[in-house]
Design a protein around this ligand. Structure first.
Ligand code: AMP
Length: 440
């Protein structure tokens, strides 16, 4: 039986098709422009890395590494015979995030020798085997930025946050809340974690299974819990702010001063610990309206010591990752969409004798920077204009035998049917001045 299989995108993945792709391109272009104006430069990273890179940096006990990575044995590069279990050192994973890769690249290319702070940004897909729902996918997209160097001045943290919030403002994502916290460093956090663990032991029986497990593996993560009946218990737990060492206290106060200097409003959230192991001191998160439970559009923080953990020199670092899928969803739901340029000119040529002129003028218009559709086959006038309309063209450029004979074109504005006869020079000028008008 010749039954045709209907292929579909794999669960948790999706296609971004036109016209949405134009919105995505604009979103990413705005990120590039904004980040580059802060002297950040792009780094393009591989989609897969050694599994152990993620285990070491993100943390083997995190959900991401322990259950969500797409991991496989790379047969071609390993000496493992077919069918034999692979050496864990040969396992590779699709990246669940890109900070680890950025650190690996920073070390591999000796970027510590570059002048000043190294400021990098990346854009691309990440992979986590989570349960798909609105705003949560297995292949999703992040735009991230990282600052690496010898300084942990709070002004660096504040500038990174300023850049992030400016980007959100530029893309119209304004119904947001910025949360900040400090989770201490290796001097003060271990004692706090032990205190937290001891307090959690006392209330263990009242907690759910996940939180009970985390008392042993990562007590800070209990503070992340969204389980309703645990909230009252968590509210009474000791707070890190009361247990920061003097250096961390000063650093956190410095961050708040620097944010005030930049006019950035924020809320402090002592429970903001973030899921990954590598964070120290500053953590932050941005949530947006209109997204339901998956409402975090950006997470970030400081990760001094991560480069060293991966075999590099002692280095300070801070960064964030924006979730593009959710950010764009939120912009779409707010209805605050940008006017993006579409098809400028539909070349409505009629009769084979006009075709060479149509091909030539299409090239001139494209050279001048306009988006042009040139029908590949001859069509009747009515059909041409109908198609121009349905394609959303701003103009139809009508070319009939008369026009060819007189060396002119008829430019018809489709919004109001206004029509002009123009030679090539005037045609280009008219379209250019219209474009200037729509940009102003
Ligand atoms: P994280 O790397 O977990 O700190 O996440 C940073 C941001 O990426 C989050 O605030 C989300 O906006 C986005 N994100 C994380 N996981 C997913 C996912 N499975 N689907 C869509 N967006 C995600």
């Amino acid at each position: 039986m010749n039954e045709k299989k209907q292929f579909r995108a794999i669960k948790g993945t999706r296609d971004i098709t036109p016209p949405d792709s134009a919105l995505w391109n604009w979103f990413e272009r705005t990120a590039r422009d904004t980040f580059e104006s802060f002297n950040f430069r792009e780094i393009r990273l591989p989609i897969f890395e050694e599994t152990s890179l993620f285990a070491r940096s993100v943390g083997g006990e995190t959900d991401i590494v322990s259950k969500e990575m797409y991991t496989f044995a790379d047969r071609s590069s390993s000496a493992t015979p077919e069918g034999a279990p692979a050496d864990p050192g040969d396992l590779i994973s699709l990246r669940p995030e890109a900070t680890a890769s950025t650190m690996r690249a920073y070390i591999e290319h000796g970027m510590h020798a570059l002048p000043g702070n190294v400021k990098l940004y990346y854009i691309g897909p990440m992979f986590r085997r989570e349960r798909p729902q609105k705003g949560r996918y297995r292949q999703f997209y992040q735009i991230g930025a990282e600052v690496l160097g010898s300084s942990d001045a709070p002004a660096i943290d504040a500038e990174v946050i300023e850049m992030l919030m400016l980007f959100f403002q530029r893309v119209g994502l304004t119904r947001t809340t910025l949360y900040i916290n400090s989770i201490g460093d290796k001097n003060c956090r271990p004692a706090y974690v032990e205190l937290l663990r001891a307090e959690l032991q006392k209330v263990k029986e009242q907690l759910g299974a996940d939180s009970q497990r985390r008392i042993d593996t990562n007590p800070l993560r209990v503070l992340d819990s969204k389980v309703p009946h645990e909230q009252e218990i968590i509210a009474k737990l000791p707070r890190i702010a009361d247990h920061l060492c003097d250096a961390c206290k000063e650093n956190y106060a410095g961050l708040k001063r620097e944010l005030a200097l930049r006019g950035i409003t924020y809320e402090e959230n002592w429970r903001l610990v973030r899921g990954l192991d590598y964070y120290t001191r500053t953590t932050f998160e941005v949530i947006a309206e209109g997204l339901g439970s998956q409402n975090a559009v950006c997470g970030g923080g400081r990760y001094d010591g991560l480069v060293e953990l991966l075999g590099g020199q002692p280095t300070k670092g801070i960064g964030f990752a924006i979730g593009s899928d959710r950010s764009i969803l939120s912009i779409q739901e707010s209805g605050n969409l940008p006017q993006l340029p579409g098809l400028d000119v539909f070349v409505a040529w009629m009769g084979m004798d006009t075709y060479p002129t149509a091909v030539k003028i299409a090239r001139s218009l494209r050279d001048a920077g306009f988006d042009v559709e040139l029908p590949a086959e001859e069509m009747k006038f009515k059909k041409l204009l109908n198609l121009a309309d349905r394609l959303g063209a701003r103009y139809a450029l009508i070319i009939g035998s008369d026009e060819v004979a007189s060396g002119t074109f008829t430019l018809k504005r489709l919004s109001d049917a206004d029509q002009k006869k123009l030679n090539e020079a005037n045609l280009l000028e008219t379209l250019r001045s219209e474009r200037r008008g729509t940009r102003a």
